[in-house]
Ligand binder design. Structure first.
Ligand code: UDP
Length: 455
């Protein structure tokens, strides 16, 4: 590697999904403010959507460079939201293009100081190693979920799961909150899909062994630092999150157009009255049959609601539903979520418990009605419901389920206080100073690397 330019270049490779690109952009912005020159590399299908969002008003040196790499999707304008086609693009198509790009940047720009790689885009760790660029991992979710994944060898050894990742029985893996083998992030779909997802995770874990650091988009959920390193001694874990401040260098980073009319609609609703319903950025992950049950359950509450539901999933709505609820319900394809959650009309959030959505709900002080669907959402839900007690879990999609959930949320007179305390812990005071200290320590280490070419 050549000696670095005055602003050392850092290449960031997120997993290509909304909930991963957004925090990676925030990290890029922080690195920029520490004097680094961030380059965000995404597949073409993401690049086409986010690159126009660069803010031309940013000052000299204050930029994030956006570079695309081919992903095999050709000119298709849609963002794949299917786990296995994204995995195929990352493993079969993107590595060679990323390698070419890293080498080009290394030659053209006086060296690449570092690559920051989302652990779910672990193909890029191997590319970094091949190019001789120091690489750090980025974990976009809770530390607790990383610790479950990092514990895979122990879980197999202790007989909790088979060596294909299938639970041998429902057993408790850790306490407070109680996490069981049912909460493992690869347990989605039929057995073959579970095994394939498990291979994805073990591959990521194996590749992560060469990482020097792992930046975690979370706070230390347990105060005890020793807990952090309970399964592995490497990489060094650096909690720097949750990264909540929008990047000042970019405008909106939404992949899809936000329907701002729902904000006007919210203004006409009573305070604390609206149920906001969203299952994140993947195609409505609850399935078509549950769309119909949820619609009926929402209808029977007789409360106002705002529901993010993609057009193709609306076919699953019961006959006449949209007409019947017209006076008190809104269905939109994509909402300006943080602004929605901030609106005082929103009384609670029926959520899939994605990590970004969870943080946004806490940030805006919204109680959560939880229906986890996939990945890390089961662990997040356990924390929301059992550890932090700022939400309740829905029992199902039966006709009374939403109303029962909303009632349980409203009956808990102390939930608002707990939300405020959690927000304080997550965003401000102690967590914040630790976050800043962690980031400063990391940047200091990074500077040493950029100055010492021999590493
Ligand atoms: N989001 C949004 N508008 C919507 C739905 C979601 O802006 O209508 C954003 C939301 O604010 C969050 C992200 O999409 O930042 C979803 O990330 P999360 O980790 O919660 O879930 P995922 O989509 O990864 O399952």
């Amino acid at each position: 590697m050549k000696p670095c330019a005055r602003r050392p270049k850092v290449i960031l490779v997120p997993y290509p999904a909304q909930g991963h690109v957004t925090p990676m952009l925030r990290l890029a912005s922080i690195l920029n403010s520490h004097g680094f020159d961030p380059v965000l590399v995404t597949p073409e299908f993401i690049h086409r959507r986010i690159s126009p969002s660069v803010d031309p008003a940013a000052g000299a040196g204050e930029v994030i460079t956006f570079l695309p790499i081919p992903d095999g999707s050709g000119a298709s304008n849609s963002v794949p939201r299917d786990f296995f086609s994204i995995e195929k693009a990352m493993e079969d198509v993107m590595p060679v293009h990323l390698e070419r790009l890293v080498n080009e940047l290394d030659v053209a720009d006086n060296g690449v100081a570092l690559m920051v790689v989302d652990l779910l885009a672990s193909f890029a760790i191997e590319v970094g190693n091949r190019c001789g660029v120091p690489t750090t991992g980025f974990w976009p979710a809770m530390l607790a979920t990383y610790k479950l994944v990092a514990a895979i060898p122990e879980l197999v050894r202790e007989g909790h799961i088979s060596d294909c990742g299938i639970p041998q029985k429902e057993s408790e893996i850790r306490r407070n909150p109680s996490l069981t083998t049912q909460d493992l992030p690869w347990l989605i779909g039929p057995v073959n899909a579970r095994k394939a997802r498990f291979r994805f995770w073990t591959r990521a874990l194996h590749r992560s062994a060469s990482l020097r650091w792992l930046l975690v988009n979370s706070f230390s959920e347990e105060e005890d630092k020793a807990e952090i390193q309970c399964f592995r001694d490497y990489p060094t874990i650096v909690p720097i999150g949750p990264l909540t401040n929008p990047s000042p260098l970019t405008k909106n980073t939404s992949f899809w157009e936000e329907d701002a009319t729902c904000l006007t609609w919210l203004k006409n609703q009573e305070p604390d009255s609206v149920i906001y319903v969203s299952f994140g950025s993947w195609v409505s992950p609850i399935g078509r049959d549950k769309v119909a049950s949820l619609a009926l359950s929402l209808e029977s509450t007789r409360r106002p609601f705002l529901w993010v539901l993609g057009p193709s999933w609306r076919e699953g709505l019961p006959h006449g539903f949209l007409e019947r609820v017209r006076s008190r319900g809104r269905v939109v394809s994509w909402a300006p979520q943080v602004e929605v959650l901030r609106d005082r009309a929103v009384g609670c959030y029926l959520t899939h418990c994605g990590w970004n959505s969870t943080v946004e709900a806490v940030q805006c002080g919204r109680r959560m009605l939880c229906w986890p669907v996939a990945g890390d959402q089961f662990v997040n839900c356990k924390y929301i419901v059992e550890a932090w007690r700022v939400g309740v879990r829905m029992a199902g999609f039966g006709e009374r389920e939403v109303e029962d959930g909303v009632r349980r949320l409203m009956e808990d007179g102390e939930m608002g206080e707990r939300l405020a305390e959690l927000k304080e812990r997550m965003m401000m005071a102690k967590a914040n100073s630790r976050k800043v200290a962690n980031m400063a320590g990391f940047v200091e280490d990074l500077r040493r690397i950029t100055e010492d070419d021999s590493l």
